[in-house]
Design a protein around this ligand. Structure first.
Ligand SMILES: NC(=O)c1ccc[n+]([C@@H]2O[C@H](COP(=O)([O-])OP(=O)(O)OC[C@H]3O[C@@H](n4cnc5c(N)ncnc54)[C@H](OP(=O)(O)O)[C@@H]3O)[C@@H](O)[C@H]2O)c1
Length: 233
């Protein structure tokens, strides 16, 4: 299996590189030129294509011949970074390639997620403020996911809870809607978020799903194991 990891130099990206190499996959990583050094630990084991992830030519070269593409959707800056990246991946990958994207719980596929007032307030305040200070463009990540959902491709959009560092606890559990009791703990180890992304490449039950994930050892996952719908893993 040959996979491309778009956003390979970030924290999530480097965990995904490790999981993919552990599985014996051939890995191509895309990251900004200034961040290539962050991938030094993988020198000679992966191919790095430096450049902005929303550069269509960079993506075209990087995904050539890939069976799967893992894309870290980040809302940084105000130049449609997320939607530009997603569109380039959608346009340049082989039609049957497995496409797995990351985002947060704030993305909703069908509008049936039930958010806490804390998350609703945070997104409502953060979205215009972040844009004002030209730091983060949350509504562009929403637009990126809208295009992915409408694409008809073999996509999975993995929606991460709050994240923490630490040793792996195994594959997170998931549910279709934020607000489902199994997700209440709202915490996942970043290494396991990456594990879920890489596992999704070979899990056809996740095609055209937007699983919201939570750590499998979190209190809510343990309390509701097997009772949620569809509570994967
Ligand atoms: N952080 C959270 O609590 C959280 C919660 C839920 C979901 N998520 C999702 O998880 C994914 C990654 O999150 P993370 O926190 O683990 O971050 P991360 O992996 O450290 O990723 C940050 C990424 O953003 C890139 N980046 C940083 N500044 C940038 C800029 N100005 N322009 C373009 N790219 C820039 C980084 O590239 P360089 O290496 O080049 O800097 C890196 O690829 C995202 O899809 C996010 O929506 C995060």
């Amino acid at each position: 299996m040959k996979v491309c990891i778009v956003g390979a130099s970030g924290k999530l990206g480097r965990y995904m590189v490790r999981h993919a190499l552990d599985r014996g996959y051939e890995v191509v990583g895309v990251c900004r030129e200034r961040s290539v050094g962050k991938l030094a630990e993988f020198a000679n084991r992966i191919t790095v294509v430096p450049g902005p992830t929303n550069d269509r030519e960079v993506i075209r070269r990087a995904v050539d011949g890939c069976d799967g593409v893992l894309t870290v959707l980040v809302p940084w800056g105000v130049q449609q970074y997320s939607s530009g990246t997603a569109q380039a991946v959608l346009d340049h990958t082989a039609p049957d390639a497995r496409l797995v994207f990351s985002c947060g719980w704030h993305i909703s596929r069908d509008g049936k997620d039930r958010y806490s007032w804390k998350l609703r307030t945070a997104v409502r305040i953060a979205t215009p403020l972040a844009k004002l200070f030209r730091a983060v463009e949350i509504d562009d990540q929403v637009e990126a996911c809208r295009r992915i959902f409408a694409s008809g491709r073999r996509w999975t959009v993995v929606r991460g809870s709050d994240l923490e560092e630490g040793e792996s606890q195994g594959l997170p559990v998931w549910s279709r809607h934020v607000g489902d009791p199994v997700l209440a703990s709202n915490l996942t180890r970043r290494i396991d978020f990456a594990l879920f992304m890489v596992e999704a490449l070979t899990d056809d039950t996740l095609v055209q799903e937007a699983p919201a994930i939570v750590g499998r050892c979190s209190a809510s996952a343990r309390a509701h194991a097997g009772s949620g719908e569809p509570a994967g893993a």
